[in-house]
Design a binder for this molecule. Structure first.
Ligand SMILES: Cc1cc2nc3c(=O)[nH]c(=O)nc-3n(C[C@H](O)[C@H](O)[C@H](O)COP(=O)(O)OP(=O)(O)OC[C@H]3O[C@@H](n4cnc5c(N)ncnc54)[C@H](O)[C@@H]3O)c2cc1C
Length: 363
């Protein structure tokens, strides 16, 4: 009997987290197998929004530093990935405009300008009076303009990263749902696969594997709906106002998103809630007022039980790790999370912000 092939690393899930882990592990010289229940980028990562936006620069703490470092290094990361793959991820550091709606936020914004100088260093958070992209009544107390925010086109970024992974020798198996894991192997109706280390990166559905291990619910899915508009805003800054994003893409389209629905019946159906988001966005930004909708999209964001990303070693499961819970900020963090997980599987020292650790989610 032949022994089944064993890899250094087996990754469950080919969304942006699984792909980023696969890429970082392969770059470290490890052999990698990625299993996906469906197809590459078919979960939350296959969407159209792609705002890469930072936490505010005040009340500085480890998770903000981690995210700042991820956002600061994203430009170089995606340039390398896109060159290797020959596919454009749509990355661009375009900055962000956020209207200021009241006096209190204006005062806070000025404090944050100074804090950004200290904590963001190469990037700024400035208060400006007006901007041609925003209608005057949308920004009664001015506008925050930050230069750390960026954009990416999520489904294209997944395609680029997946192709780069293949170039580095990563093996993919689609339509292979993992039903359970133990140290050194995973199994499903298709059989069993073996590896020295396992990374669970199954997004919203992937929480079920952890639920079973811990005997408690480790996360849930928060539905989001978004619309793609046929309007070319070039490299104009993205806009974030009143919970709504307007993201100009490199391909001459612009996305408006998103709803945030903890309760949902049909996960992938578009309904009237998206109309409200689009109407709000059109009111804020005259440039998109008459732009036709050319695509709509809905997905389930993976939200871990304490809202923060859930990263690191799984207690009582040697060499099994999690990279989950990207929720609303997964794309901005993904490549740094990939590097962190690659270090973990190689038993190199790593620093994971406490609020991102598995232990924190179990407290
Ligand atoms: C409408 C909307 C707008 C968003 N906007 C932004 C934004 O502007 N900026 C941002 O940073 N983030 C945004 N997000 C969030 C972002 O999309 C997620 O954080 C990110 O995609 C999560 O990636 P993931 O790899 O963890 O999960 P997923 O992309 O869901 O990937 C998980 C993969 O695992 C597979 N899988 C699941 N279970 C199993 C199993 N048992 N066996 C094998 N495979 C399995 C699935 O098929 C899937 O392909 C948005 C999300 C939505 C829905």
């Amino acid at each position: 009997m032949t022994t089944p092939k064993s890899h250094d690393v087996l990754i469950v899930g080919a969304g942006i987290f699984g792909l980023s882990c696969a890429y970082a592990c392969a770059r470290a010289g490890l052999s990698v197998l990625v299993l996906d229940a469906n197809t590459i980028g078919s979960g939350a990562s296959g969407g159209i929004v792609g705002a890469l936006a930072p936490f505010t620069p005040d009340q500085w703490q480890a998770k903000k530093q981690y995210q700042r470092d991820a956002l600061a290094s994203a430009q170089k990361h995606w340039a390398i990935v896109d060159k290797l793959s020959g596919i454009a991820s749509g990355y661009g550091r375009i900055g962000r405009l956020s209207p200021i709606m009241d006096e209190r936020t204006l005062k806070l914004a000025h404090i944050r300008t100074a804090e950004a100088g200290k904590n963001w260093r190469d990037f700024t958070w400035d208060v400006i009076d007006s901007h041609s992209l925003l209608s005057a009544d949308a920004a009664p107390f001015g506008i925050i303009h930050d230069t750390l925010s960026a954009r990416i086109y999520p489904s294209k970024a997944c395609a680029s990263l997946a192709r780069a992974c293949v170039q580095l020798g990563v093996e993919f198996r689609e339509n292979s749902r993992v039903m359970g894991f133990e140290p050194g192997s995973v199994f499903g109706s298709w059989g069993q696969a073996h590896a020295t280390s396992i990374i669970l990166a199954g997004g919203y559905e992937g929480f079920h594997l952890l639920d079973f291990h811990f005997g408690t619910q480790m996360g849930s899915g928060v539905k989001g709906q978004a619309a793609l508009l046929d309007v070319d805003m070039g490299n104009a800054p993205q806009i974030y106002a009143d919970g709504t994003y307007i993201v100009p893409h490199a391909d001459g389209t612009t996305t408006v998103g998103s709803t945030s629905e903890k309760k949902w019946g049909q996960p992938y159906e578009i309904d009237h809630l998206l109309d409200d988001v689009v109407a709000r966005a059109r009111g804020i930004c005259p440039t998109i007022r008459d732009a036709p909708i050319i695509q709509t999209w809905a997905g389930l964001r993976p939200m871990a039980r304490r809202r923060e990303p859930l990263l690191g070693a799984i207690p009582d499961a040697p060499n099994v790790f999690a990279a989950m819970g990207g929720f609303k900020i997964g794309f901005g963090l993904a490549h740094k999370i990939g590097s962190t997980l690659a270090d973990l599987v190689q038993h190199k020292p790593t620093e994971i912000p406490k609020s991102f650790t598995v232990e924190h989610h179990l407290e």
